[in-house]
Design a protein around this ligand. Structure first.
Ligand code: 5GP
Ligand code: MG
Length: 180
C-alpha cells in the first residue's frame, strides 16, 4: 500500500485501506441480501465515481438483482459548483421497482436532492440510497443515506473511483488531501 500519492498539484495521504473498504462493502452487501430478499432490486449507480463501489458491492449479493448506470455531474476540482446537470442513461421502467441508488460520496446532498425525485415520480415501489462515504458536516439538504459505508470529516478524498480532476479513480485505497 502506498502511503502518499501526488495528483496534479496536490499530495494525498492514505485514509481508508482497500481491506477496510472491502470488509465494509461486504457488510453492506449482507444487509441488502437480507432486506431485499425476493424483491429483485434495481441498482442505479451514479457514474463516474461509484463504479468500484458498485462492482464490489454486487459481487457480495446472492439475491436476484439488476443494475443500471446513470451519469450526472455536479463537481469540478475540489469545490462543489452547486449546479446539477441532467440525468442520462436510465432506460429501465422503474414502475413498481425497488430502486437502490449507488453513490460514491454524499457531500452537500445536492446531487441526491436533484436525483431522487426523478426516480420517485416514476411510481417506484421504493427508493433507497447506498453511499460508500458521507460527510455529515457538509450536508446542506435533507437527504437520508440508508446504507452507509463510512462517515468522514469534511476533507477532500480520492481513490476507489473518486477523482481529483480526472486522476486517482484507479487507486485501490482512499486518500485524503494533505494539509498544504
Ligand atoms: P453533493 O451533490 O452531495 O454535494 O456531492 C456529491 C458529488 O460530489 C459526489 O458524487 C462526488 O462526485 C463529488 N464529491 C464530493 N465530495 C468529494 C470528495 O471528497 N472527493 C471527490 N473526489 N469527489 C467528491
Ligand atoms: Mg458521485
Amino acid at each position: 500500500m502506498t502511503r502518499t500519492v501526488t495528483l496534479w498539484d496536490k499530495q494525498f495521504t492514505i485514509y481508508l485501506t482497500h481491506e477496510q473498504i472491502q470488509s465494509r462493502v461486504q457488510e453492506i452487501g449482507q444487509m441488502i441480501n437480507k432486506d431485499y430478499e425476493d424483491r429483485c432490486p434495481l441498482f442505479v449507480a451514479v457514474l463516474n465515481g461509484s463504479f468500484m463501489f458498485a462492482s464490489d458491492l454486487l459481487q457480495h449479493l446472492c439475491i436476484n438483482c439488476e443494475i443500471s448506470f446513470v451519469k450526472l455531474s455536479s463537481y469540478q476540482g475540489t469545490e462543489s459548483t452547486g449546479s446539477v446537470q441532467s440525468l442520462i442513461g436510465l432506460e429501465e421502467d422503474l414502475q413498481d421497482r425497488h430502486v437502490i441508488v449507488l453513490e460514491d460520496i454524499v457531500d452537500s446532498g445536492q446531487t441526491l436532492t436533484d436525483l431522487l425525485p426523478q426516480f420517485r415520480k416514476q411510481s417506484t415501489a421504493s427508493v433507497r440510497v447506498a453511499s460508500l462515504i458521507q460527510k455529515p458536516e457538509a450536508l446542506e439538504h435533507n437527504v437520508t443515506v440508508n446504507y452507509l459505508g463510512f462517515t468522514i470529516p469534511n476533507d477532500f478524498v480520492v481513490g476507489y473511483g473518486l477523482d481529483y480532476d480526472g486522476l486517482g479513480r484507479n487507486l485501490r485505497d482512499i486518500y485524503k488531501v494533505a494539509e498544504a
